[in-house]
Design a protein around this ligand. Structure first.
Ligand SMILES: *Cc1c(COP(=O)(O)O)cnc(C)c1O
Length: 417
């Protein structure tokens, strides 16, 4: 499942002892396994081989250049949500014909940038966005491909902040409006309407919501056919759940078995956008114990990483497994594991039975490879730690720790003060 395993009581990433890296780069830091990334990508690729999909890694889950290069070398394309992500994809020479662009708020600069880069298609999310794409295409003399992001109005049975496929969410276009757009598509003379896109949320464990959403979209493909409209692509989004605690998510193969017959029937080129499934369990966040505080009511293990580094527990009530890097026989007791930030929401675990560690002991927050570093901030004027990648017995810092200079770059005090 992943390449973070204990050998002789110590946590390794592939063939490298994690504490060796910690000694070299300091704490806290993020650590990624090359082999796990490749393995997860391959699992999806194999499971869906019968439709030979284009797998566009959702870059917003992890945009580290070494991670992107690893996946591009396996044949991955990228699902981007900003021009910044487009620029990072170009830094690793990603093939623009394997890039798709979703976002409810694409700016003119972003639309023009993606058109000039000649990406595969835009996933358009509203009527006014189509007007904007058409206008910019005319100006640039381009004829971009566009897939309509359909909002199928299904509940994804995940955290309220990671569901995107109901009409209470800001994403996508409802079916009725989509049909109207397609019927009047001649209005958008610079747009090639090439596909449909659906993405109903993230960390989805069961296949039922996917199946329901896909059913609606595939029925819609048939409706369009009857209207005389033929498409080229069906982009089925991402959202595959992973194991953080005791979830029993469908495997890539279960998911494939459940939907392959329907996908094949469409005869369309399938695009997928997995993020978390590939990167989630391919990364950990390593931090150091600072103090054990006991206020008589509760115990708190205070560590040197905070919610600015890994916000998922605060933001989504996310559970992350936490392990000391060195197996210990120290007594376990109930504690909160918290960061140093001035917020009660700054925690990694609540009321967790955890061994009593000493100052300086190292611990790993598991499953931190997706929506980890990418959501970090400099809150409390804290520089981000480095990102490190392991391949076999080699490791390297792929992004260095931020220095104070990085944090105040460009900042100045106006003359009138
Ligand atoms: C976030 C996102 C994804 C990836 O979601 P995961 O849950 O990480 O697989 C895919 N497509 C779109 C449009 C997204 O916004």
């Amino acid at each position: 499942m992943h390449d973070f395993k204990f050998k002789n009581g110590e946590l390794y990433c592939e063939s490298v002892r994690v504490s060796t890296i910690a000694k070299k780069v300091g704490t806290p830091f993020y650590l990624y396994s090359h082999h796990t990334l490749v393995d997860h990508f391959t699992k999806i690729k194999k499971a869906f081989a019968p439709v030979d999909p284009l797998i566009c890694f959702a870059m917003k889950s992890n945009d580290n250049l070494a991670v992107l290069k690893t996946l591009a070398d396996q044949g991955a394309g990228f699902d981007i949500v900003s021009v910044g992500e487009l620029k990072k994809a170009r830094m690793i020479n990603a093939d623009p014909q394997k890039i798709v662009f979703a976002s409810v708020g694409k700016t003119e600069e972003e639309i023009a940038g993606a058109m000039k880069a000649n990406i595969l298609f835009f996933n358009a999310e509203s009527l006014p966005e189509l007007d904007e794409i058409n206008r910019i295409a005319k100006k640039l003399k381009k004829r971009p491909k566009v897939a309509l992001r359909i909002n199928p109005d299904v509940e994804a049975a995940t955290h309220a902040r990671t569901t995107t496929g109901t009409l209470k969410n800001k994403f996508g276009i409802d079916l009725r409006a989509a049909r109207e757009i397609m019927k009047t598509r001649k209005k958008y003379s610079y747009i090639r309407f090439s596909g449909l896109h659906v993405h109903i949320g993230s960390q989805i464990i069961a296949s039922t919501p996917f199946i329901n959403a896909l059913k609606r979209v595939i029925e819609f493909v048939d409706v369009l056919r009857k209207d005389g409209i033929d498409l080229e692509y069906l982009d089925i989004g991402g959202g595959l759940g992973i194991i953080y605690k005791d979830e029993k998510p469908q495997t890539a193969q279960d998911f494939a078995n459940a939907i392959l017959p329907n996908l094949k029937r469409t005869g369309l080129k399938i695009v997928m956008e997995p993020g978390r499934f590939i990167a989630g369990n391919a990364g950990i966040f390593v931090t150091k114990a600072l103090y054990l505080k006991d206020n008589g009511v509760k115990k708190f293990l205070i560590v040197d990483g905070g919610m600015n580094d890994l916000v998922r527990p605060s933001m989504y009530d996310a559970y992350h497994e936490i392990v000391p890097l060195k197996k210990t026989s120290a007594k376990k007791t109930k504690m909160d594991i918290v960061g140093p930030i001035c917020e009660s929401g700054d925690f990694f675990a609540k009321d967790r039975m955890f061994p009593i560690l000493k100052k300086g002991d190292l611990l790993a927050i598991m499953s931190a490879g997706a929506y980890g570093y990418v959501m970090s901030s400099n809150y409390n004027v804290r520089g981000r730690g480095p990102e490190v990648i392991v391949k076999g017995n080699k490791y390297a810092v792929t992004k260095p720790r931020e220095t104070f200079k990085d944090l105040v770059r460009g900042e100045s005090i106006p003359d009138f003060l």
